[in-house]
Design a protein around this ligand. Structure first.
Ligand SMILES: Nc1ncnc2c1ncn2[C@@H]1O[C@H](COP(=O)(O)OP(=O)(O)OP(=O)(O)O)[C@@H](O)[C@H]1O
Length: 334
């Protein structure tokens, strides 16, 4: 049955119910037979094989919109400016975004995780508040930390949490500010925009100097900042260290929240142990806790070592492998 046939069948079914229950009815005489419609805020009661149903136009429409949003296939867009030789091609190419990351499985200190989740929950619900304040509904996050601490994983978890598409811009491959603006204008609302390589691009090489000139003496972060008003959420994942990136961004209040992704601590390790080995306590935990205080290891390396290497590998073998790696790392670091 086509969608409009279903709609029409429901409309005719509801006519009889509306007639008995609705306070206000609207008739459309041009239709044969006559269809009676209820007002938007009215509800009518129905029963199907003993199950009681309430038909509400407003609820049905808003539920179906929410369901469509929940069920739609989401996309990861990547800028393809550098591969483009003429204007006919799109600025974005995309793949289906299907990443399992979630806030539950991300290895992070629970206090820091709660701060982030609370911030996103508040932001997600604040659309009307932002409108009342006359502010665009967007928020900027600076993610920084050494490679393998989970910046990309956190971006995926955020996008899953907000049920958004991701637009991933590799800044170093955008040749000019005009190109950058064009890219940003092509982004649909309610998206997570990831600007990667902000740390690298602040080192203005001769190529990047051209960019800074083209926006009347401002640097390229101003271009990012001014055009981002088009998007509802702005996330920046940058690597390595907060260092020079943060200086520029803190000074000009460009990011609403700075999130440091640190080396793995004991709380982060416990999340990974639960994810990979389904254990919440073990006598080796005390040794691992001590070693994690004495050496730096990324959550990516912890995950790699916890992951069983053969089918039915026992928990102790996996934990001992991590202990060995931590001891080696401790010796190497110092
Ligand atoms: N905090 C974390 N929680 C859970 N898994 C993690 C975390 N950090 C890293 N991982 C694991 O390590 C892999 C690599 O991490 P990820 O790509 O997110 O790191 P990154 O900080 O973005 O690195 P890079 O700076 O090199 O891009 C992920 O696929 C994930 O399995």
């Amino acid at each position: 049955m086509k969608c409009n046939e279903a709609f029409s069948a429901i409309e005719h079914h509801l006519t009889s119910l509306s007639y008995k229950q609705a306070w206000k009815l609207k008739g459309e005489a041009v239709m044969q037979p006559l269809v009676l419609k209820m007002e938007e805020q009215e509800e009518v009661y129905d029963e199907f094989e003993g199950i009681k149903l309430i038909w509400s136009l407003r609820k049905t429409v808003s539920n179906s919109k929410a369901m469509a949003l929940r069920n739609r296939q989401r996309k990861l867009y990547i800028n393809c400016t550098s591969h483009r030789d003429n204007d006919k091609q799109s600025d974005w190419s995309h793949v289906i975004f299907d990443h399992p990351a979630s806030f539950e499985t991300i290895a992070m200190d629970p206090i820091q995780k709660k701060e982030i989740v609370d911030d996103f929950t508040a932001f997600g619900k604040a659309k009307e508040y932002y409108a009342r304040m006359g502010k665009p509904w967007k928020r900027g996050y600076l993610l920084y930390g050494p490679p393998g601490t989970g910046k990309s994983t956190l971006v995926a978890a955020i996008a899953n949490f907000l049920r958004c598409d991701i637009y991933d811009i590799e800044l170093t491959s955008v040749p000019s500010n005009a190109e950058l603006r064009k890219l940003l204008i092509g982004i649909r609302s309610k998206s997570v925009v990831v600007i990667e390589g902000i740390d690298c691009s602040l080192d203005l090489t001769s190529q990047r100097k051209t960019i800074s000139k083209s926006v009347k003496g401002e640097d390229e972060n101003d271009a990012v900042n001014s055009v981002q008003e088009q998007v509802k959420l702005f996330a920046a994942a940058v690597g390595k260290s907060e260092g020079k990136t943060s200086k520029a961004l803190i000074r000009r209040r460009r990011m609403d929240m700075h999130i440091e992704l640190p080396y793995c601590g004991f709380e982060g390790f416990k999340v990974s142990a639960k994810n990979y080995l389904s254990v919440e306590s073990h006598f080796l935990f005390a040794i691992i806790r001590q070693l994690l205080q004495e050496t730096n290891i990324t959550p990516a390396d912890v995950a790699e070592n916890l992951m069983p290497k053969v089918i039915d590998e026992d928990v102790e073998t996996s934990l001992l492998r991590l202990v060995k790696v931590l001891r080696t790392s401790k010796e190497r670091q110092g």
